[in-house]
Design a protein around this ligand. Structure first.
Ligand code: ATP
Length: 375
């Protein structure tokens, strides 16, 4: 559409050796990070991990203690916020209450002395699908609609990078989910770089091309959502992005497949899904996502195909949650393993107390360094 066309300018956002200390407390440890131009990038982590501080340094709202920030080839480290081609959308989007939606969106252009703003404002209204709300005041809009106005108000300035600091934090769950898809659509349409801060793993996974998982002021792992989910490199990432069923095990053989022993049985882990410590032997943690595991009644264990990983267990809890049945299984291999099974007929559901075999394709197994703490 006419509002911008694809924005191809600007280049990558590059942080090199960026850190932030407050007195003796280090909020962000020296960090190297590249946000590819035109990508939807998420900084994900629990409260206090340093994600907002990192975003504020990109915005110029916080001075880094060390390091350099580049936008494309340009060093912007010492530029004040208003001289950076960057705009920020905050959770408290603070629209001007006495101005209507059009005037709110036009504000940035008017402040720069631009007089004929109608076309650009109309394009923005269309982009965020609020054409029919142009003359409304903010209080007449829902939270999600107000948030879209805040996005439009930022985008009309044609930033090279849009920074979003928990922009959906104030919305209820259903609206959050809608707005995630909406923001993703807007980002794809305008083509500029979005850097999005959130503590919600599902939100980051839904929206972002790339996610940096932060913990204690460091990036623990960076990757596409599916890579992070399938190949976590640390226990923190494994657990932060869902249930990981970490099983304590000991390495028996290394090679293209790593063979481990856990709870009296053997399990296979693809060598390329193991961290380096696992390949060297000793104690390891073996993980498998709950939806990758199938359950067989112990009496039917003979029907399980060869080559699958298997551990025995006993059902301690089962709950039907609509899309799946979720089981908690006690096993000699790991205290409480979670199993999600779909499309189980009501009558076929296993009851607490049932002796079972959990089995899965070894390809879905990952191996982590056991020296780390399990969060
Ligand atoms: P949240 O989601 O709660 O905002 P966050 O991951 O965004 O968390 P930051 O806001 O980046 O975390 O803060 C990182 C750490 O730095 C926190 O422990 C915080 O208390 C500390 N911190 C942030 N700003 C300051 C400040 N001005 N002075 C001292 N410490 C600060």
């Amino acid at each position: 559409t006419a509002h911008t066309g694809k924005n191809t300018g600007g280049g990558d956002v590059r942080l090199t050796g960026i850190s932030k200390a407050y007195g003796s407390f280090t909020a962000v440890h020296p960090l190297d990070l590249t946000v590819p131009q035109g990508s939807f990038f998420a900084l994900l982590g629990a409260s206090g991990c340093g994600k907002t501080t990192t975003l504020r340094m990109i915005a110029g709202l916080e001075d880094p203690s060390t390091g350099t920030i580049f936008l494309g080839d340009k060093d912007v480290t010492d530029l004040p916020p208003y001289k950076r081609p960057v705009n920020t959308v905050f959770q408290s989007y603070a629209l001007f209450p006495h101005m209507d939606i059009s005037e709110n969106i036009a504000f940035g252009l008017r402040r720069r002395g631009i007089k004929s703003v109608k076309k650009q404002v109309d394009d923005m209204l269309e982009l965020v699908q609020l054409g029919d709300k142009a003359r409304h005041k903010p209080h007449q809009l829902s939270g999600g609609q107000q948030q879209r106005v805040a996005v439009a108000r930022a985008l009309i300035n044609h930033p090279q990078v849009l920074l979003l600091d928990e922009p959906l934090g104030a919305l209820d769950l259903k609206l959050r989910r809608q707005m995630q898809l909406e923001l993703k659509r807007i980002q794809t349409e305008v083509g500029i770089t979005f850097v999005h801060v959130t503590h919600d793993q599902e939100e980051a996974m839904t929206m972002a091309d790339q996610v940096a998982v932060m913990n204690g002021g460091r990036v623990e792992q960076l990757g596409a959502p599916a890579d992070l989910y399938e190949n976590p490199q640390t226990t923190f990432v494994a657990n932060f992005l869902g249930t990981s069923n970490l099983i304590e095990a000991e390495v028996l053989e290394t090679g293209s497949d790593v063979v481990v022993t856990a709870g009296g049985g053997k399990l296979r882990v693809p060598g390329d899904r193991c961290t380096s410590a696992v390949r060297q032997g000793g104690k390891v943690l073996v993980g498998v996502r709950p939806e990758k595991i199938s359950l067989a009644h112990a009496d039917d264990a003979g029907s399980i195909a060869d080559g699958r990983n298997r551990v025995t267990g006993r059902i301690v809890d089962s709950s039907f949650i609509g899309v799946s049945t979720q089981y908690v299984v006690n096993s000699p291999a790991g205290a409480e393993l979670q199993v999600y099974e779909q499309n189980i007929e009501r009558d076929a559901r296993l009851r607490p107390g049932a002796e079972v075999v959990l089995h899965w394709n070894p390809a879905h197994t990952f191996g982590l360094d056991a020296a780390q703490d399990i969060d």
